[in-house]
Design a protein around this ligand. Sequence first.
Ligand code: FA5
Length: 354
Amino acid sequence: MENLENIKNRAEKELVSAQNSEEIKKVFRKYLGKDGEITRILRSLKDIQEQKRKAVGKSANQIKQELEQKIEIKKKAISAVIEKGKSKKQMDISRPGHKISIGHIHPITKVKKEVEDIFERLGFSVVEGPEVETEWYNFDALNIPANHPARDMWDTFWLRQNESKVQNPKSKINTKSQRLLLRTHTSPVQVRYMEKHNPPLRIIVPGRTFRYEATDASHEINFYQAEGLMVDKEISAANLKAIMEKFFEMFFKQNVGIRLRPSFFPFTEPSFEVDVQCVVCKGKGCSVCSKRGWLEMAGAGMVHPQVFKSAGLNPREWQGFAFGMGLDRLAMMKYKIDDIRLLYKGDLRFLEQF
Ligand code: FA5
């Protein structure tokens, strides 16, 4: 019995100091294995005197059970420590983190913000209009009735063939076509705004526009424009020219040549194309301006009396100029991009340069 107590104490001590599963196994083999000390005692019970056999057997079995339990507990404790160590490894806080790639503003958005900023400084308010437009605002209200040949200049994507016509309460023209389309220019916002706001007014309307046309280096089917509109009692083409010159000077941060070329728009009279001398080649001719030395940046003119009428204003009372500028073309010249299609490819190697 004394020997058993001894064995028990030694086994427990060794188990306490075991550091890993190998050392636990060693304790098990030494005391409970095939040739373990406790196993040997249990095997030799038959040789012990009968009076002592029962007590020794009982005590040896009890020690065996206790030691087995303690070994199990120790095994679990060791595996818990190992797991903890493993998970610590997965969260190595000293390890340098993954670099988060930061996006940046698209060149067209940059240009749009700059245009807004410059015109705000010139006293214009920034206004928005819908990309899905009615036939009325995109064409009819701008003096382009159905079947007018000028509609070919702005062929678009039609969304719904609903021919219903609705009374326009303010306008002298008594029908309002409700067929829906993707707007071909930002000009519809001229009428939308003047219907709700009385002059004098100065607005700039940046936004997305769409056209059904073949693409090339300077034409996309989806592009951006900024409409400008200034209405007051005495506005002339001289005001238009002055604002255009000031804007391009502020935008390109240098004196740039501009020219007003006579043109035709049904919603302005007289009408012009505003060309800017290429700032890349200084007018000599390069790939950005298609060797012309000039790039057409905007259509413009004096607001047609019919447009005032569409908005419910008296054309004898008010005068104004309007223009529609291509934001993509501005970005192309500013950043020396020779193909508009690059702006819409989503190729990061290209976009990350700006
Ligand atoms: C218009 O869209 C008229 N609404 C402009 C206007 C407004 C005239 C107010 C008078 C008064 P135009 O189709 O020319 O006009 O387009 C104006 C500008 O948009 C062009 O000078 C050009 O810079 C740009 N633009 C036109 N079509 C495309 C295209 N497919 N891709 C890229 N930019 C284009």
